[in-house]
Design a protein around this ligand. Structure first.
Ligand SMILES: Nc1ncnc2c1ncn2[C@@H]1O[C@H](COP(=O)(O)OP(=O)(O)OP(=O)(O)O)[C@@H](O)[C@H]1O
Length: 323
């Protein structure tokens, strides 16, 4: 474990090495969340048309409810498809990655493709993908693979980040209908509600074989973007086998407000009490069952687990068609 130097407002960076390889893309399963990001159906049609113009056969399967995307990805047969494309937001992509975990664990990894259609599209940004249909299709059709190294929280896989404390409570409480109406503003509104009402919770955090420390909030990052284009762990990379653990030690409303401001204003690195450290294993214990959603663990923007949680890297890497 080593301390990481912080740079609050570092510019967007790529994914690093990742040992790129390429595959021949002929047949795709595209899993589409029709409720994601205000229903951007036109973008989906444009991407599919361009993929077909490349001679690629695309089977689109719309999800009907939460859980479908994971099930569809798990059921995908590598004999029938060359890759599975997630058309949706980070929540849908996360489900697809959890479905693809079964293939990767069995030693027959199916590559992931992405059509970003969500509210924040953090994974797409992390991979340097744009919202342009032509470029999305080219990234998928080109077949170039970036190997990313996901992590897991109590066995549930995430690729971007997991969080405990204020951000997990916001993720758990945010109303999907408000999110559909006002997009990212729903998270801002819910953060304000949580800041106004939250009692002061403390979590016990153990990094690798170190001593437990008490903290107000923790974010375990695999990517360097957070909640859109904010940066908490500037050196975190999807392709690296390392967890970057962001430690928010001080409790109380004023400190919570200060941390929120630090994240959104890019000032975290100047806080003397804020630290990012690297680890291979993170254990978090804390308030459970108090009915106030204090024990939620968010991963990639959805509640993935409950405390206590053990966060580690997965034993496998995931190939991603990232252009
Ligand atoms: N057909 C569906 N109906 C309802 N929920 C769904 C459906 N398909 C997927 N979901 C769930 O909806 C949640 C949100 O979807 P998703 O993340 O794709 O879009 P978003 O919320 O607009 O984007 P973002 O994650 O970038 O904020 C995910 O947790 C996903 O599991």
């Amino acid at each position: 474990m080593r301390d990481t130097v912080l740079v609050g407002e570092s510019p967007a960076v790529g994914t690093g090495s990742g040992e790129d390889a390429a595959i021949d893309v002929r047949r795709l399963l595209m899993i589409h969340n029709p409720t994601a990001g205000g229903r951007r159906a036109r973008r989906l049609r444009a991407v599919v048309a361009r993929l077909e113009a490349h001679g690629i056969g695309v089977t689109v399967r719309p999800t009907g409810r939460r859980g479908d995307a994971e099930e569809f990805a798990r059921a995908a047969d590598p004999a029938d498809v060359d890759a599975v494309v997630a058309a949706g937001g980070d929540g849908t992509i996360n489900e697809v990655i959890n479905g693809l975990a079964a293939h990767a664990e069995a030693g027959r990894p199916l590559p992931l493709g992405i059509v970003p259609m969500g509210t924040a599209n953090v994974l797409a940004a992390e991979l340097g993908l744009t919202m342009d249909a032509e470029r999305i299709a080219t990234a998928i059709a080109g077949g170039r693979l970036t190997m990313i190294w996901p992590a897991q929280a109590n066995g549930r896989v995430f690729s971007l980040m997991a969080g405990v404390g204020l951000d997990a409570r916001v993720v758990e409480r945010v109303d999907p209908r408000v999110k559909r109406l006002i997009g990212k503003g729903a998270y801002v509104a819910e953060t304000l509600v949580q800041l106004a009402t939250r009692p002061d919770h403390r979590y016990r955090v153990t990094l690798d074989d170190g001593e437990a420390q008490e903290l107000a909030s923790v974010i375990v990052a695999k990517g360097h973007f957070y909640g859109g284009r904010f940066i908490c762990a500037p050196d975190a990379r999807l392709t690296e086998p390392e967890l970057h653990v962001c430690l928010f030690p001080r409790g109380g409303r004023l400190n919570a407000l200060r941390y929120v401001w630090g994240v959104t204003a890019g000032r975290l690195s100047r806080f003397p009490d804020y630290r990012v450290v690297t680890a291979r294993r993170v254990r978090i214990e804390g308030p459970a069952g108090d009915g106030l959603f204090a024990d939620a663990v968010q991963g990639d923007g959805d509640v993935l687990a409950r405390l206590p949680v053990e966060i580690t890297l997965t034993g496998w890497r995931l190939p991603v068609l990232a252009g």
